[in-house]
Design a protein around this ligand. Structure first.
Ligand code: FES
Ligand code: FES
Length: 253
């Protein structure tokens, strides 16, 4: 007898209602039930950080939480980054990882981006020690971390430059206020998605824009979707490519 329960997750601004067993992990619900394989699984034991997502604005390891525990939550995954108010064509963090060579195989990258996003929401101008501390729960087997630190510094500078150019801070919650909105749990609320330009960032090519343009090309992002077994592909390459794709979307710039 199955003992499934209905839960609702708002992932990257879209509400999903799914049936899950009580033991279903959030990472498996995201990857398999919602088919968003940008969130990776490296260890399944809370050690590597590849599965990091933002839950109500706070970074969590989605392999350590049951999907049922996230019922009603707002989740941000790597697929939603370029649709955030502070993103232009791609998110400044994704741009930073591209420009500063912050990835090699890309397997850790979605988790690193989420950790970086949480950090910059909290500390827009972090020093190196703060960055290293923020990503200390995310392991990278390739880069030696230095370029990841530079990538996050790049994003912080880019966000600051955009704020200066806009004559004020670029809010990450879709408001004109530089201070991120508080979530009920004391963290930062996940920004809203899919609104019109008047109520969000005002860029015509963002958030759907006044013409309803959709810059969020999810199909391209997921063209390398995993095999759905929740463990990644045998050689890790498909999922690694998905991570690389998530950061290397500058081809339209
Ligand atoms: S897969 Fe969750 S921490 Fe490694
Ligand atoms: S694990 Fe970080 S780039 Fe390969």
């Amino acid at each position: 007898m199955t003992d499934e329960r209905e839960i609702t997750l708002t992932v990257n601004g879209t509400e999903h209602t799914i049936e899950v067993e009580p033991r279903r992990l959030l990472v498996h619900a995201i990857r398999e039930d919602l088919d968003m394989t940008g969130t990776h699984i490296g260890c399944d034991t809370g050690n590597c950080g590849a599965c990091t997502v933002l839950k109500d604005g706070e970074p969590i390891k989605s392999c350590l939480m049951f999907a049922a525990q996230a019922d009603g939550a707002e989740i941000l995954t790597v697929e939603g980054m370029e649709d955030l108010p502070e993103a232009d064509d791609i998110h400044p963090l994704q741009e930073g990882f591209r420009e500063e060579h912050g990835l090699q195989c890309g397997y850790c990258t979605p988790g690193m981006l989420m950790a970086g996003k949480a950090l910059l929401d909290e500390h827009p101008d972090p020093d190196e020690e703060t960055i290293r501390d923020a990503i200390s729960g995310n392991l990278c087997r390739c880069t030696g971390y230095q370029n990841i630190v530079r990538s996050i510094e790049y994003a912080a500078d880019e966000l600051e430059n955009r704020a200066a150019a806009d004559g004020g801070a670029v809010a990450t919650d879709g408001t004109a206020d530089a201070e991120p909105a508080a979530s009920p749990e004391g963290g930062h609320a996940t920004p809203e998605f899919g609104g019109d330009a008047d109520t969000f960032c005002g860029r015509e090519d963002c958030c759907g824009g006044p013409d309803g343009a959709d810059p969020f090309d999810r199909d391209a992002l997921l063209d390398d979707a995993g095999d759905g077994d929740g463990t990644g592909d045998a050689d890790g390459r498909d999922d690694a490519d998905a991570g690389a794709d998530a950061t290397d979307r500058g081809d339209t710039k």
